[in-house]
Each structure stands twice: as structure tokens, then as C-alpha cells.
Design a protein around this ligand. Sequence first.
Ligand code: IMP
Length: 449
Amino acid sequence: MSKGRTAIIVGAQWGDEGKGKIVDVLSEKFSIVARYAGGHNAGHTVIINGKRFVLQLVPCGVLREGCRSVIGNGVVLDPIAFLKEVSALRDAGVKVDGNLFVSNRAHVILPYHRMIELASENAPGRVKIGTTSRGIGPSYEDKAGRRGLRVTDLLDLNLLKKHIENACREKNMIAHALFNSEPLDADRMYSEYADASHKLAPFVCDTAVLLNRAIADGHSVMFEGAQGTMLDIDHGTYPFVTSSSATSGGAVIGTGVGPTAIDSVIGVSKAYCTRVGEGPFPTELFDSMGDQIRKKGNEFGAVTGRPRRCGWLDLPLLRYSGMINGTSWLVVTKLDVLDELAEIPVCVGFKVNGRETGEIPAEASCWNKIECIYKTMPGWRTPTQGITAMSKLPKAAREYLSFIEQESGGARIGMVSTGPGRDETMFTDEFSELMNSDVDAMSPAQERS
Ligand code: IMP
């Protein structure tokens, strides 16, 4: 039997590229969808039959009948948030039981993680990141510090009790000394999390075994990224990043599936750019055009409701993202948001200290000195929402997409999205064929080289 095909879906920008919708549309072609990083800081809005779902932890595949969903070891799991989401899905008639699996090796977010994060974000002298305040960073800190609690440990009540007692003692002392925070009650925490432990247990297994067996048995797996390349802890705009590996490499670490099993990487980019939270954003718009894009694109955070910062498409960053992720296919979303514009500037290069550079600076000080070089593309001034064939797009829109493809560093455009609904999506013929084909044909980058 040949191995099942696999693809990683990754955000090519600062998150919120519309990955949720793309994973939802493509889940029809995959047996399993697996999340590999982040936690309930991610917010995937999916609209099905006019009904709006915001998924924060559970992979979007859960909404597709016959598709199994996995939360991998690279995710940090807030059990209370997880159970709340599961309960809302059950109420909406979505089959979660027997269909959704949580890694026994995923790390757990506990209330003191949120306490520390909230207090430290507002502490004088700290660099404000503008986090989602979900305790994501402090939970990954405990993981790296080898003092975290994993899902498997949560299921062992003796271990859980001891862990909470010790951790609360330490965290309460730190939070009081540094931020003058009120202490958390360890007994109350234990009883809440012991209850959650019982409810979580049926979902827990060794998901690395599940995924590797499934692939070996010929089942296809899609790895669903959270956040985006520029929020990756290593490759993003550090320190204004999240605390996990949001790039394609994270899929390997965050699920326990080896790199040789990955067939293709699909990078998702908006037709423009957005960012939430603090940090550099070279093509950011500060004028009424930014407001216009925010309004038309409904650019408000799915998790925190914060207005997203908006700007023009940034090709140097798209090329960087292509390099870091090894992107083979590109998906362009929210093309319709640009429908009314007469002209669309696109950033084609960066100047730092007056000199053109092909590299993305690592130094925070250089980010603020970036001058963008723009090329202005003609707009199409025709509605594109609801168009389902590339050939039906206005000529200027096709030229805009071709230009992105040409300048993206080697990836090919496979899909374009012109609205939030499942049917407001179009495929290129080649990508459509490949999504329906076997593993040997999955990577255009391999074919071309
Ligand atoms: P954290 O992930 O909550 O630690 O937040 C770190 C940074 O990542 C902040 O700037 C957040 O706004 C940003 N961030 C985290 N998750 C998302 C997301 O799903 N979309 C967009 N930005 C995010």
C-alpha cells in the first residue's frame, strides 16, 4: 500500500490569512486534519451554510463529516477552553466524540500562566507584545523550562495535585514579588482541573502513533498551521512573535511525523496584509485607505476583537516566507476586498539606510528603518465575490495574481478566495487535479527542479 498524501497549510504573513476557511474547503480531500502549534490564541472563523463558527483549538476538519481531527503535541492546551469549544460543537450537531484526538504529550495551560502573562504584559519596563492574554507564552516557557504539565500528567490526579500545589506556591510568589498580583487558590484549581481531566480523558491518545499509522495505511493528512510565518518564534519579527513554531517545520515537531513524510507546503496569503498586536509592519497604512480595507475586509481579531492593522501586500516578506516554509503552493485570500480600488500598490523591495536589500533584517532596530519600494498595479473595479473560475476573473485581477506568483519566489498559485463561504473559492486546474491525485504529483517545486 502506498503512503497517504500529506500537506502543511501555513500562514505566509502575520496570521489571520484565512487558513481556517482554506483548511475547511480542502478537508474534503483529506482523512485527517492535525493542528501542530499554538493554542486558543488562534481563531479560525468558518462559515458553513451561513452559520459562523469560531474555532480556537479544535482543527477545522472537525466540521467535515468523515474527517478526523488531531491536536498535536506542539499545541498548548487549555482544558477548560477545549471543553467549552467541544460542548459548543456538540450543541451545533457536530460529531466530536470518536472523531477528535488530543496528544498525551501536549502541554497544559493553567490559570497561573494567564495570571503571569497579564501582569507581565502591563509591568513597567517590559516590551509590550500585545499578546492574546491566553497564557500561551508562559505555558511554552514552562515547557522549555522542563517544569510544564502535559496532558498525560493531567490525567494522573496524584501528579496533578502535587504539580498544582508546587506550581501555585512558586507562581504566586513570583507574581506577588514582581507584579503584586493576588495569589491563586491551589485547592480550587485542583478540583476544577481534576473535573476537566475526567472529561478530557476520552479524547487523549498518542497522536504521533495515530498519525504515522494513518499515513502508512494510505490515509491523507493535512497539517493545519496556526498564526503565521512572521509570528514564528525563530523566524518572525522577534520579540513581537508568538511562542511556538508557526512555520512548516513546526508541523514535524508538533505532531511527531517525520519530515520525509511531508509532500507539500501550502502557504496562505491575503491579497494585502494585516497584523494584530505590536511589532513592525513595513507596508502598514495609517490613512483612510487602511480604514477602508479594515471595514471591507472586516479586519477585527476573531479571538480578541481588536482592530487589525492593515497594509499593502509585501512581496519581500512573501518570498522570505516561501524560503522558510519551502512553500510549493500559494493560496491568495480576500481578493474581493480590493475590488473597488483604482490602483493597488504592492511592496516589491526593501531599502534599509537608503540601500536596497534582498534580506529580511533580524535586528529590531532595522525593521523600523525599512523603506518600502512600491509598484502600483491597476485595480479591476468589478465585484469578484462569488466568481468560481480563474478564467472569469477580471483581466486586471488575473494580472495582479500572476504578478504575485511571479514574485513570490517559486510557489504556484493553487487557490484564490473571494469571500468567506466554502463556495467562494476557485482552484487552478493543476492544483485541483493534484488535490485529487496521489502523492507522487503533490509538489510542483519538486517537478520543476
Ligand atoms: P500570543 O500568541 O498570545 O503570545 O501573542 C503574541 C503575538 O501573536 C501577539 O501580537 C498576538 O496578537 C499575535 N497572535 C497570536 N495568535 C494570533 C492569531 O491567531 N492571529 C493573529 N495574531 C496572533
